[in-house]
Design a binder for this molecule. Structure first.
Ligand SMILES: [Zn+2]
Length: 285
């Protein structure tokens, strides 16, 4: 593979790069692609086991150290912070913080991402689906800003202060197929879990999530090169595993049931018919 190829994942928290797309990122770094993680916040909201906090004065310090660990395991070229604050889940006090990502002006977040796209010139961009996977407010803001930035980066009239225009070629959203969600909900319901109140804070409506379907246009089936670093980097985020990251429990179950696959909807170029890509760089010029 051409070593000059570049992939950017735009996420919201230190751990999204691991629990969401880790195997895909590892696969591409192993293939010689430059892979960057643009992380919108430093993961200030939430809790960690007090034992894990030893040696760190704040949660964000701990989580950024964990992110550095994961980035190294993955072989990321760099991690770029957008400088916002974790908003927590909908209704949390953290939503009201003046630096909270979810309440930041969308144009401002978009402008920061445009500047990064123009500087690093990614061929391929990945972000969350339109509902942020499980309706996390920061994931939704990240999605909205990244989509706007993807199209604005190539338009010299928009954000002229952010450098010369550059148009990335492909945009993907990480999605979870409905059939996987359905079976996961069935299994967890069978185990006695309330599927409307999932996660450590009981504020994820996984059953309600079944009402939303996104198409799957690309499937990355990680080889050992992708899965091994992915498993190792997940361990880097020990504070979130013990804290009970919502995706961790739900999606690790899905991985056990279905084998590891990363599923993507291709947003650009638009897809008019059935499509099943096995490589996000297919047809990159
Ligand atoms: Zn997140």
């Amino acid at each position: 593979m051409d070593t000059q190829r570049t992939l950017i994942f735009v996420g919201a928290h230190p751990d999204d790069e691991s629990f969401s797309v880790g195997a895909t990122l590892a696969q591409y770094t192993a293939a010689g692609v430059k892979v960057y993680y643009v992380c919108a916040t430093r993961g200030e909201a939430g809790q960690a086991n007090p034992e894990k906090m030893r040696g760190y004065s704040t949660l964000s310090e701990l989580r950024c150290a964990e992110l550095q660990c994961a980035a190294q395991v993955l072989g990321l070229t760099d991690v770029i912070h957008l400088g916002y604050r974790d908003s927590g889940m909908s209704g949390w006090e953290d939503n009201k913080h003046p630096l909270a990502l979810a309440s930041a002006p969308l144009e401002q977040v978009t402008g920061r991402i445009v500047a990064i796209f123009r500087k690093l010139k990614p061929d391929v961009v990945i972000t969350f689906d339109p509902i942020g996977g499980y309706r996390h407010p920061d994931h939704i803001t990240t999605h909205n800003a990244t989509v706007k930035a993807f199209y604005a980066a190539g338009d010299a009239k928009q954000y002229p202060e952010s450098g010369p225009s550059f148009q990335p070629q492909k945009l993907y959203f990480r999605v979870t197929p409905l059939r996987i969600l359905r079976i996961t909900v069935k299994v967890l319901s069978f185990l006695g879990r309330d599927m409307h109140r999932v996660g450590p804070n009981k504020n994820i409506d996984l059953a309600g999530r079944l009402a939303v379907k996104f198409p799957v246009h690309a499937v990355i089936r990680p080889t050992k090169k992708g899965v091994k670093p992915r498993d190792k980097e997940n361990l880097c985020h020990a504070s979130m595993l013990e804290g009970g990251s919502p995706r961790r429990s739900i999606f690790s179950l899905a991985n056990r049931l279905f084998g590891h696959r990363d599923y993507y909807m291709r947003a650009y170029p638009p897809v008019n018919s059935r499509l099943r890509e096995r490589d996000l760089f297919k047809n990159i010029k």
